[in-house]
Design a protein around this ligand. Structure first.
Ligand code: LLP
Length: 433
């Protein structure tokens, strides 16, 4: 059950998270409630930063992928830790600006940045655009011309890798909606195009093959394809790219049967293969960037709910209903994602059966998890769902007009502080005339 070191049990037999009693926190802040382990987030940033610098050199930089979880307090931590950031919208960019994050370390992603996005980001002094396609490259060039600057760009390329993850979160295959494919020859034309534009400065290439990937080989395969492409462009155009962004995607353990990935060992392994290949191809190792999202925040998050009713349907199944659901965590509904769920009031008590944990939305598919072993859940118990730091709050909605939960930080000294307030009904109608 203890899939992560920040989970344990108090002397009273209740679940603790980052050393704090989850039942007391649920009483203090109400449920649904999202807790974040600040120490662990910082540790993960340091694993990426330190290892990447050791392996690739002092200029290597991990960019936190904001889409995993985005709010002002998190950007302040990224700034303090010296992390770069990956953004995919003007909304994320605005949040970073509000948090005082220095945008020179920000990389603007997305397969359809609008002209307004491009203008806004450039006005705010964004570091890089990661251009998805030629139309966008022209738009960036035009806006940079208007603003009389030379804008740094990376080109997003698809290396043609199948990373063996859920179809919806696989992005590096040739028919992906993201980027330009190497194997069709279009990537080469993309480079030719970028090199000819006066107001963009081509810094290098980017690829991202998918998310929640446990295998190691897809990453080294992708790195190899990208380096070979880099060498080919040096040969064809005399242009040797100085930067290579390898994207994010390393998996996180949600249930006991999944492995705990050693991120530092993975990065070191990728580095070794790349160094050998650079020597073989006679190219200089470019500056390396990575974009971890999930592996920075997922297991630093935990969600607490309160149990409402229990429904036993003899011969079929048992439901335990909670006061949140797909509105704060749509991942089971979308991807049948695995989660570990326990009764926070007595996580070690023996299970009496299997339960389907259902949310409160008017939707049969609004489930958090099925077939979960739980110890006699009853009304008023608190259920804890582990590993909810990534792609939960950031994908939450107001479906059925359910307010989003608050986020509470747990600091190293055990202090709990509100990072994001619970949404109010007033918040939900504030744009309505
Ligand atoms: N870079 C790019 C260009 C990406 O598209 C992504 C994730 C990342 C980095 C970060 O990947 P990570 O390290 O977090 O795996 N909503 C889905 C995940 C979608 C991921 C989209 N892109 C989920 O809940 O599983």
């Amino acid at each position: 059950m203890w899939i992560c070191e920040n989970l344990s049990v108090s002397p009273e037999g209740r679940l603790t998270f980052a050393g704090q009693d989850t039942v007391i926190l649920a009483e203090k802040y109400g449920t649904p409630l999202m807790l974040l382990d600040e120490t662990r987030i910082r540790q993960r940033c340091r694993v990426y930063l330190q290892t990447m610098r050791e392996v690739f050199g002092a200029d290597a930089l991990p960019l936190y992928a904001s889409k995993a979880l985005c709010f002002k307090g998190l950007y302040r931590i990224m700034k303090e830790e010296g992390m770069g950031i990956d953004l995919v919208s003007s909304g994320e960019l605005y949040t970073a600006v509000q948090a005082g994050y220095p945008l020179e370390f920000a990389y603007f992603h997305g397969n359809n940045k609008t002209d307004a996005d491009i203008r806004y980001a450039m006005e705010e002094g964004i570091g890089y655009f990661i251009c998805d396609n030629s139309d966008e490259l022209d738009a960036v060039n035009a806006e940079a011309g208007r603003q009389k600057i030379r804008q740094k760009v990376l080109l997003r390329l698809t290396p043609g890798i199948d990373p063996h993850t859920h179809r919806a979160i696989s992005t590096g295959k040739v028919d992906s909606k993201f980027g330009v494919a190497i194997e069709t020859g279009q990537a080469k034309e993309f480079v030719r195009h970028a090199l000819a534009l006066p107001h963009v400065q081509l810094m290098g290439y980017h690829c991202h093959i998918g998310s929640q990937i446990f295998e190691y080989k897809p990453f080294t395969d992708a790195a190899e394809i990208m380096l070979r492409f880099l060498a080919q462009m040096k040969h064809d155009f005399g242009y040797e790219a100085g930067e290579l962004n390898l994207g994010g995607g390393m998996g996180v353990r949600y249930i006991a049967s999944q492995p705990q990935i050693d991120y530092a060992a993975n990065i070191a392994g990728i580095g070794k293969i790349m160094k050998d290949l650079c020597a073989k191809l006679n190219v200089t190792m470019p500056r390396i960037l990575m974009e971890p999202g999930r592996s920075i925040v997922a297991d630093s998050g935990l969600t607490l709910y309160t149990v409402g009713g229990i429904k036993r349907i003899p011969g079929f199944k048992n439901y335990v209903s909670v006061d949140g659901g797909m509105s704060d965590n749509p991942r089971y509904a979308l991807y049948q994602s695995d989660y570990t769920v326990v009764v926070a009031d007595r996580p070690l008590a023996e299970a009496d059966g299997r339960y389907t944990v259902a949310g409160r939305c008017c939707e049969s598919g609004d489930l958090i998890q099925e077939n979960v072993l739980l110890s006699s859940p009853r009304k008023g118990d608190r259920l804890a769902v582990f590993t909810t730091g990534a792609y939960n709050y950031s994908m939450s909605s107001n479906y059925n007009r359910i307010p989003r939960p608050p986020i509470v930080w747990i600091a190293e000294d055990g202090a709990d502080t509100l990072a994001v307030r619970r949404e109010s009904f007033e918040d939900m109608v504030k744009n309505e005339l």
